[in-house]
Design a protein around this ligand. Structure first.
Ligand SMILES: [Mg+2]
Length: 127
C-alpha cells in the first residue's frame, strides 16, 4: 500500500499529538503528517498539498468540522480524500450530517487497532 499523507485537524494540540501517536502505533504505512487547528487551516493545507486522509474534530473555533466537510465536498479532490470524524460525542446530532458527507466516525479515545481497521476499510485496502 502507498504511504498515506494524513492531515490531523483538531483545536487541541494535546489531542492532535495523541492522534498522531495513535496513527504511528497503528501499523499503517504513513507518509507526511500535517496539522491544522481549525477548518480554515485545514483547507489551506488541503488546497496546497496532496492529502489522502483527513481526521476532523467537530468542535473547533473559526471553522468547525461540519463546515470543513461542507467546504471539502466542493473541492475537486473531494472524491479522492478519505475523511474520519473524531469526536467525544457519540450521540451528537451532527453525526447524522457527518455520515451524509460519507465520512467515517470514531469516538475519542480510540485504540491504534480501531483506527487501523477504520482506515483500511475506508481506503479499500484489505487488512
Ligand atoms: Mg475540539
Amino acid at each position: 500500500m502507498m504511504p498515506l499523507n494524513v492531515l490531523v485537524t483538531d483545536d487541541s494540540a494535546v489531542m492532535r499529538a495523541m492522534i498522531v501517536k495513535t496513527l504511528r502505533m497503528s501499523g499503517l504505512h504513513l507518509g507526511e503528517i500535517a496539522h491544522a487547528s481549525n477548518g480554515v487551516e485545514a483547507l489551506e493545507v488541503l488546497d496546497a498539498v496532496w492529502i489522502d486522509l483527513v481526521l476532523v474534530d467537530i468542535n473547533m473555533p473559526v471553522m468547525d468540522g461540519l463546515e470543513l466537510l461542507t467546504q471539502i465536498a466542493r473541492r475537486p479532490y473531494a472524491g479522492a480524500l478519505r475523511t474520519i470524524v473524531v469526536s467525544t460525542e457519540g450521540s451528537d446530532p451532527r453525526l447524522a450530517a457527518v455520515r451524509a458527507f460519507g465520512a467515517a466516525f470514531v469516538r475519542k479515545p480510540f485504540s491504534p487497532e480501531l483506527l487501523r481497521d477504520v482506515v483500511l476499510r475506508i481506503t479499500g485496502v484489505a487488512a
